[in-house]
Design a protein around this ligand. Structure first.
Ligand code: ACO
Length: 341
């Protein structure tokens, strides 16, 4: 048995377990419609909302994002990413024995988006469920899948992050609607004798629920409350940089490693200033930070697997390298996964 962290109950050591999980393949998918800042600025101006390419780039690093067509759902984007990850892992959908989808923009209240992806993949019987941890959702989902693989109940897990955040944006609120985009990413995690996932750690603190939320819900067939995203940007900024630094050190300490051992930081793509602030605290050069926020915007739970897949397919990330995946988001939630790729 591996030992357990007193406060979180999470494993603090992997050394006693003979089973690990490794990333066997990655995939991603962006809806085809790309909106440059100029496109969005002009569209918003027609609706009386003033912003500029210069403001968006300077404060966020975002130059473009993709928006899904109105009839395209998170399960559809997730399916496309999953197909690519399964192909990259050299297996078939029938070989998958767990599906976890991280999303805050599910197709429907239930069934889960993971079950809908399972149906679209044409497979039957394996467990499938969603994880809702907003922008930390992918590291949460990876950690759960890793735990199930290490427990021996699962051999091959499909872990998806998929979002259609455009559905919950208030396009009259210029402080939030310029930040987000739609997309999906996925990995196939496979049981292995060697790590793989070396260490992971998750956290949440519900006292910060109000600084980043979409407070609406459904009641009696009507929407109750505001179903669009609300954010206190400066509060999120300060908290994000601090907790990302803390959790990075927690997983590095657990693995007995130092920040300079990280080949690639693959952070949640919220905002270039948060990403570079995190790298600075870890004394990592920006050249070791996988950056896609400029072209994708913030795709919440999809941003880490999207960035990971782009870096793998472009040849930046190579087998044998050490990756630190870090997420932070509404809840407030945060977490990190240290991976030997
Ligand atoms: N275009 C032009 N002007 C704008 C825009 C815009 N899109 N949005 C806000 N402004 C204006 C404001 O009206 C304000 O004007 P004023 O000074 O005349 O009143 C000015 O810019 C500054 O507004 P702030 O809200 O204080 O802007 P700030 O410098 O804090 O930047 C931002 C906002 C980019 C959201 C910043 O707070 C931030 O980076 N926060 C981090 C949060 C984040 O990235 N969230 C992503 C989602 S959360 C997650 O993924 C973890």
């Amino acid at each position: 048995m591996s030992s357990r962290h007193e406060a979180t109950g999470q494993p603090t050591s992997r050394s006693a377990s003979p089973i690990y999980s490794r990333i066997a393949g990655t995939g991603s998918y962006l809806p085809p419609k790309r909106w440059s800042n100029e496109d969005l600025v002009a569209w918003l101006a027609d609706r009386g909302v003033q912003t500029s390419h210069e403001w968006i780039v300077e404060r966020t690093g975002i130059e473009a994002r993709h928006f899904a067509d109105p009839d395209v759902t998170a399960s559809e984007l997730g399916l496309q990413a999953a197909i690519r990850a399964i192909e990259a892992a050299n297996c078939s959908a029938a070989d998958i024995d767990l599906i976890i989808c991280a999303t805050s923009t599910p197709d429907m209240v239930f069934p889960s988006t993971a079950c809908l992806v399972q149906k679209k993949l044409g497979v039957h019987g394996c467990p499938a469920f969603d994880v809702q941890a907003v922008c930390s959702g992918f590291v949460y989902a990876m950690t759960v899948a890793d735990a199930m693989i290490r427990a021996g109940s699962v051999k091959r897990a499909l872990v998806i992050g998929s979002e259609v955040f455009s559905r919950i944006l208030d396009f009259k609120d210029r402080t939030t609607c310029v930040l987000f985009g739609d997309g999906a990413g996925a990995v196939v995690l496979q049981a292995s004798d060697e790590p793989g996932i070396v260490a992971s750690r998750l956290h949440a603190d519900g006292q910060y629920a109000d600084i980043l939320c979409t407070p609406g819900t459904v009641k009696g067939g009507e929407i109750l409350g505001d179903p669009t995203l609300k954010m206190d940007g400066q509060a999120v900024f300060k908290l994000a940089v601090n907790v990302l630094d803390q959790v990075a050190h927690e997983v590095l300490d657990e693995a007995g490693r130092t920040p300079d051992s990280i080949d690639w930081l693959v952070p949640h793509q919220a905002n270039i200033r948060i990403m570079q602030g995190t790298a600075r605290k870890l004394r990592l050069p920006n050249s070791r930070v996988v950056t896609t926020v400029d072209q994708h915007g913030n795709t919440s739970a999809a941003s880490i697997p999207l960035a990971l897949d782009h870096a793998v397919r472009s040849g930046l990330i190579q087998r044998g390298q050490s990756l630190l995946l870090e997420g932070v988001g509404g809840g407030f939630t945060w977490g990190a996964v240290l991976v030997d790729y």
